[in-house]
Design a protein around this ligand. Sequence first.
Ligand code: CA
Length: 233
Amino acid sequence: MKNYLIQIIEDDPSVKKLLEITFREYQFNSISCESKKSAIIMFLSHNPDLLIVDLGLPDGDGKVFIKQIREISKIPIIVLSARHDEKEIVAALDAGADDYITKPFLVNELLARIRANLRRNKEETTLSDTITCGNLEMNISSRDIFFQGQLLKLTPIEYELLKYFLLNANKTLTHKQILKEVWGVGYQNEMQYLRTYVNTLRKKIEQNSTRPEHIKTESGIGYRFYCNNERKN
Ligand code: CA
């Protein structure tokens, strides 16, 4: 198994130290820096596999750095911040972060999110023809989606929504992001569309649509599509 390189952008020495020790213990390589400016230079010279970004940095907001990175790279970005405000979380995800963890954080949760993000990134870059998520399976070339081995009958919007969820499994997606990707630019504020389609989709793919196991609501933020695929690496 490859040793992934994680770049930490964090100005709090104690958090930085904790991350470095944790990553060493779990066999990730890591490099760290304290400011936006040094982060860009380090990113370009080391080509890391994943970024852990704090938002309150001495030379400005981490979201600005995330936007800069998104112009040049699809690298997984996890925000690790003391800011708990929903608006701040949504803004960081909309800026291009893949995930958001609030401080104080649980080491196990952080590691799980890191693995999920690295795995998703690997799946996007390998030419696999099927995406599997529990009892759901999507064939990329035929565009068919199967649920418990049966072909799912979906409307075009339901299909696009489920496909977007499957491609972004285990990731918090804001309402805005989903509306933009599935419906298109100009629909970002049509929350009711999204709610309606999430409900119809839940009826088709959840064992119990009132207690969904796949499409989970992230209150005030959006949705997270859960996949518990245990994979051998
Ligand atoms: Ca900070």
